[in-house]
Design a protein around this ligand. Structure first.
Ligand SMILES: Nc1ncnc2c1ncn2[C@@H]1O[C@H](COP(=O)(O)OP(=O)(O)O)[C@@H](O)[C@H]1O
Ligand SMILES: N[C@@H](CCOP(=O)(O)O)C(=O)O
Length: 293
């Protein structure tokens, strides 16, 4: 039996749609695997009642197929599904690391990225790798069609999850097909600023670089209370606020000393709109970790 803990992730970071992602210290999924003639999945934990155990419909089943590694797979969900924190990706990344070790496939973490992304294709219609990459590699990742680049980063964040579900598949449906050149130029500038900020562990540059006029405005319309929560976080000292992944989670970047106030302000703002939520005060952190029992 092998156990892997794989972290939640926040993708896009505003200006890096389908490209940027960060691993978060908390929450995380824990996946246990043992060899078996055919794949069987059982699930406990956050939102497990909404996740199919059929291997043909679960991201870990897609990973087991891709690695030709049948197993009994137990998933303990720490990352709630359809919340914008890469829940389906955390399971897929954990399964990829665990099954690679269980069957001695010898693949590197980078080589596991497209394999774990098969799970994302299953649930969201496209094999976007911006969640699985940071969950596997940790830190801040940049994915392109055929490559992934990673830097370790330590940035404080607050991830606030309202009691609302937005499926990634639906949220991809509102993304525009094209953009004005002026907006593209702004986005390239912001994405570059953010990247420099990650390499310097600088929350000011990261926060400033999260602005995006192309994808984010379409998605904020799907999140009840978004504008008020964003405003409250900025007033409490956040250096940048945006939609986490496809939402409805909202991500605020900050300095350590403001983190607690920002979490409180975001929760209060959601609750003022009558929406229950949970705030994680966390950091950009490490990738999936393997434990041999
Ligand atoms: N192992 C898994 N963990 C979480 N969700 C899964 C898993 N396998 C399949 N799913 C399905 O994926 C969808 C959630 O994925 P998605 O919409 O991308 O949101 P998230 O940001 O939570 O990954 C749900 O429909 C869920 O049933
Ligand atoms: N780039 C994807 C990221 C989806 O992240 P999730 O955590 O909401 O699954 C997108 O924006 O569609």
């Amino acid at each position: 039996m092998l156990t892997v803990r794989a972290p939640a992730t926040s993708a896009n970071l505003g200006s890096g749609f389908d490209v940027f992602g960060v691993a978060l210290e908390t929450p995380a999924d824990v996946v246990r695997v043992e060899r078996a003639p055919e794949t069987r999945i059982s699930i406990t934990g956050a939102g497990s009642q909404y996740i199919p155990e059929d291997p043909k419909q679960n991201t870990v089943g897609a990973v087991a197929d891709a690695l030709d590694a049948p197993a009994h797979i137990k998933i303990d969900k720490g990352v709630r599904p359809s919340s914008g924190l890469g829940s389906s990706a955390a399971s897929a990344a954990a399964a990829a690391v665990a099954l690679n070790a269980l069957y001695d496939r010898g693949l590197s973490r980078e080589e596991l990225v497209p394999i774990a992304a098969e799970g994302e294709a299953l649930v969201s219609g496209e094999a976007h790798a911006d969640n699985v990459a940071p969950s596997l590699l940790g830190g801040f990742t940049v994915v392109t069609d055929d490559d992934v680049t990673q830097v370790d980063a330590r940035i404080p964040v607050v991830a606030c999850l309202p009691e609302q579900s937005v499926s990634t598949r639906d949220a991809r449906g509102v993304v525009p097909d094209s953009a004005k050149l002026a907006d593209v130029v702004d986005t390239v500038g912001n994405a570059s600023t953010l990247t420099v900020g990650m390499t310097r562990d600088d929350p000011e540059l990261v926060g400033r670089g999260m602005n995006d006029a192309i994808v984010t405005p379409r998605r904020t319309a799907l999140i009840d209370g978004y504008d008020d929560v964003r405003e409250a976080a900025l007033e409490a000292g956040a250096t940048g606020v945006t939609v986490s992944g496809a939402g409805p989670g909202i991500l605020a970047v900050c300095h350590q000393q403001e983190q607690r106030d920002i979490a409180g302000a975001m929760v209060d703002a959601f609750e003022a709109s009558g929406i229950d939520c949970r705030a994680y005060q966390t950091h950009v952190g490490e990738g999936a970790r393997l434990y041999r029992d």
